[in-house]
Design a protein around this ligand. Structure first.
Ligand SMILES: *Cc1c(COP(=O)(O)O)cnc(C)c1O
Length: 433
């Protein structure tokens, strides 16, 4: 359930008409619902009620500091995968003790940032990373809390580009090697083993792969404890899918996920961490855009929008489906026809949908892409020098711009002409005279 519904023939974000936001901010624009974000966070928090647990929002799904502040104030921890995300979480006011550092390529600089600023745990993905973290921690005179991220060799049955737990994926330590790596960790100075971590992929629509992975993790915890390691925490990663299309397979409910967590790892007496991104943010956002032209095609007509793959790359990158709806609700019984919905970018890949049934819309009409709160704005770029789409957060009948649209000057001001080109220009000019 989300808070983007038609009222009086107008798409609303909570109590604010999308058209009103567009009138103030322009298009394209990402619009998030605070109530939906909080609802999804609380559903997951409640799903683990009774177990000691922390829900860490995967910052990479939607990293705007205002969103992180909203979730952090509600009690969420944060899962970060870079120094930049760590800085965002801290700028949002989240305590370092609630920030988990994941990612395969943490640099010494990123480790130092987190160790001096405060960190809950590092999810370590390899032996070289473990050695590097030990060296950084010793140099700082600190102890780094570590969970070993294991690769359980489970097929998540999701898109190949977002599957992370199969043998051969770049993530984690092969689970069979984990006891040896744990022994190494215990012997290293500056390292304190606190737990085991797993994350098998994103947009999973079945519980079975999770359960297979978590069961392997539970067995590993037993093995590590038998070796004398104190394992107090298991981090189960993120990955719960959301319904992108009304007709699609219905992903598991958070409550069913919670029951499965109890079943598979509840008996360990560990603190449970999860790292959901998409489930919290996905259906909490839309991307509103305007139709620039309707162009007659050979087979079908094109709806050409003022937003493209630079703002929303998921269809081009993962063949992802997003529902596209008119902002002004068409009257019941209004005819529809299939359109190809495309962006302005100079690539054929800049196609959002082919043959999508939509009402007979005209240039100037507004449309909204649903379920774009996660992996939408964060994956945006300025390709074709189209400034990043702004972000708006709605709270009841209020809305606020939480990231402004940069002007062309701002966008260009990041570029610098090297001094030697200035000199060249002067020299060339001099020669011309
Ligand atoms: C991407 C990622 C997540 C979040 O995945 P979702 O599918 O958005 O829930 C969690 N943990 C790690 C380590 C990740 O890389």
């Amino acid at each position: 359930m989300d808070h983007f519904l038609y009222r009086n023939g107008q798409l609303h974000a909570e109590d604010v008409a999308v058209a009103e936001i567009v009138a103030a901010v322009g298009t394209p624009v990402y619009i998030y619902s605070a109530a939906t974000l909080l609802r999804h966070y609380r559903l997951l928090d409640e799903a683990l009620a009774g177990l000691p647990h922390l829900v860490c929002f995967a910052v990479k799904a939607l990293s705007n500091v205002a969103v992180l502040r909203l979730l952090g104030d509600a009690g969420a921890g944060m899962d970060v995968v870079s120094g930049g995300e760590y800085a965002r979480a801290r700028a949002a006011g989240v305590a370092g003790e609630k920030v988990v550092f994941s990612g395969v390529a943490k640099t010494a600089e990123e480790m130092r940032l987190a160790l001096t600023g405060g960190i809950r745990q590092f999810n370590v993905e390899s032996e070289p990373e473990l050695e590097a973290l030990s060296a950084v921690a010793v140099a700082l005179g600190r102890e780094a809390p570590v969970a070993l991220r294991v690769n359980p060799d489970v097929d998540a049955h999701t898109h190949a580009k977002i599957s992370t737990g199969r043998r051969g994926d770049k993530f984690g330590i092969p689970i069979a090697r984990a006891p040896a790596v744990a022994a190494r960790a215990a012997a290293l100075p500056g390292i304190r083993m606190v737990g085991v971590d797993v994350h098998i992929g994103s947009q999973l629509t079945s519980l079975a792969p999770f359960e297979a992975a978590y069961t392997r993790v539970a067995a590993l915890v037993g093995e590590l404890r038998a070796q004398g390691h104190a394992i107090d925490r298991v981090d189960l990663g993120g990955g719960l899918g959301i319904p992108y299309a009304r007709a699609n397979a219905v992903p598991p409910l958070p409550s069913d996920y919670g029951a499965m967590v109890r079943r598979s790892v509840g008996h360990l007496g560990c603190e449970i961490q999860i790292e959901p991104g998409r489930l919290i943010a996905g259906n909490a956002g839309i991307l509103a855009a305007r139709i620039v032209y309707v162009k007659a095609g050979e087979d079908r007509d094109f709806l050409i929008l003022d937003t493209g793959m630079n703002d929303l790359v998921r269809p081009a990158m993962y063949d992802a489906h997003h529902d596209i709806v008119p902002v002004h609700q068409p009257p019941a019984g209004e005819p529809t026809k299939p359109f190809d919905v495309v962006g302005p970018v100079c690539e054929t890949g800049d196609t959002f949908a082919r043959g999508r049934e939509l009402p007979l819309m005209v240039a100037g009409d507004l449309v909204a892409f649903r379920s774009t709160g996660a992996y939408g704005a964060v994956m945006g770029s300025e390709y074709n020098s189209r400034p990043l789409a702004p972000e708006v957060l709605v709270h009841g009948d209020q809305f606020a711009v939480i990231r402004a649209r940069p002007g062309y000057d701002e966008m260009i001001a990041r570029d610098r002409i090297p001094d030697w080109m200035h000199e060249d220009r002067t020299a060339a000019g001099g020669a011309d005279c």
